[in-house]
Design a protein around this ligand. Structure first.
Ligand SMILES: Cc1ncc(COP(=O)(O)O)c(C=O)c1O
Length: 390
């Protein structure tokens, strides 16, 4: 079916300057991976995010895989993860043998809190994964205080929240690990795929380049001939007494060149999306049965524009928006414990009533950056029409 407004898989349109950056990098980059554009992107990202170490990778899932490797799970170790998130938040930890304990969300903010995490802590908890879902940064100071008190590692899945801050500090910069995505859907994208892993521990930071790129490293002894005994070494030192296995999770030079350029615009994109979200939410404020999460500050990047329908008519609403108005709203973040994959892995049980209730009543509006003002107006008008008639 054709839609006048569809739920696009592409979040933004590139400027001519961004296209020019790509074309220049295509002409000049040598090599086409692991070169100077990678160095520049990582340096700019460190500065932007306010973190000491940043590693560009092929996507956020790769960053989560490396974070899970560095967490070192032993049999019986638990990881706390919100049930209301995208699957890539969780399966890297399942692959490393962690036992998943699903945390509930706060009904207002739709992200985990220190309180919902606290209910899941046990003596076996090794790590907590916090997801800044929809682009809203969770209460990291409170979560970090709890985690430090209990000696638990924190991974921030900031895949959707680049630029969202808590008290001026960037989401992703609080935890032991920060994970960002530049996937096609995100507020900025490096040609469809891309990600970043940030961390604070300098010992871990030494390992990541080898972990990311096949174990490649330099020989640590002086050599008279650059090709003897080989061009380079392959190694991966143990991490706290345990062996690590390498990956190839590199991001190419063209994507890195574009990523560095996009960092100049991410604040403006977030601000524009936030202003539009405010206008849309305020324009529908006389329909309290549609509950948005309204945050007029940099705490929210408004990657997505989601609302809860409190009148139990969500499916009717989406159906009529689709069929009568040709506007494609969607439903997002099937609680992970309901998926076959997690049920078969033994993680089908969750005590997450708020996540379940929210998922069963939520609606996500098309909200890519290249929506026109006229389309937003049309979508608001269509929403009004239907809510009056439902
Ligand atoms: C919350 C969340 N975590 C992780 C990911 C995985 O990101 P990527 O596609 O860059 O691997 C995504 C989205 O794609 C996401 O929305």
């Amino acid at each position: 079916m054709g839609y006048q407004i569809h739920f696009s898989g592409r979040a933004h349109a590139y400027t001519e300057a961004e296209i020019e950056t790509v074309v220049t990098a295509m002409r000049e980059a040598e090599p086409l991976t692991q070169g100077r554009f990678l160095q520049a992107f990582e340096a700019r990202f460190r500065e932007y995010a306010g973190v000491p170490h940043a590693f560009a990778v092929c996507n956020a899932t790769a960053a989560l895989e490396m974070a899970a490797q560095l967490c070192r799970f032993h049999p019986g170790d638990e990881v706390i993860i919100p049930s209301h998130t995208f699957t890539a938040t969780a399966y890297p930890f399942v692959k490393k043998g962690a036992k998943v304990v699903w945390a509930d969300i706060d009904p207002e903010t739709r992200v985990v809190t220190a309180e919902t995490i606290g209910r899941c802590l046990s003596p076996r908890t090794r790590a907590i994964v916090v997801v800044h879902l929809y682009g809203y940064a969770a209460d990291m100071p409170a979560i970090m205080a709890l985690a430090r008190e209990r000696g638990v590692l924190v991974v921030e899945d900031a895949a959707q929240s680049l630029g969202a801050r808590v008290g001026g500090r960037m989401s992703g910069a609080f935890g032991d690990f920060g994970v960002y995505s530049f996937h096609s859907h995100k507020n900025v994208t490096t040609l469809g795929e891309g990600g970043m892993l940030t961390l604070h521990d300098p010992r871990m930071a030494k390992l990541v380049p080898m972990l990311r790129h096949n174990g490649h490293c330099a020989f640590d002894f002086p050599r008279d001939d650059y090709w003897i005994p080989a061009m380079g070494n392959v190694d991966l030192p143990e991490w706290e007494g345990e062996r690590l296995w390498p990956n190839n999770y590199c991001l190419g030079e063209i994507e890195c060149a574009l990523g560095a350029k996009l960092l100049e615009r991410v604040e403006a994109i977030n601000a524009e999306k936030r202003a539009r979200a405010m206008a849309f939410i305020d324009g529908l404020s006389d329909f309290p049965e549609l509950r948005f999460h309204r945050v007029d500050s940099d705490r929210h990047s408004y990657h997505l524009l989601a609302a809860e329908m409190t009148n139990g008519r969500r499916n009717d609403f989406i159906r009529r928006m689709s069929r009568e108005k040709e506007i494609q709203c969607v439903v997002q973040y099937y609680p992970l414990n309901r998926y076959d994959f997690y049920r078969k892995a033994g993680f089908g049980e969750a005590n997450c009533p708020q996540a379940d209730r929210f998922f069963d009543n939520m609606v996500s509006f098309p909200f890519h950056h290249w929506l026109t003002e006229a389309q937003l107006e049309t979508m608001m008008q269509a929403t009004r029409d239907l809510l009056r008639g439902l």
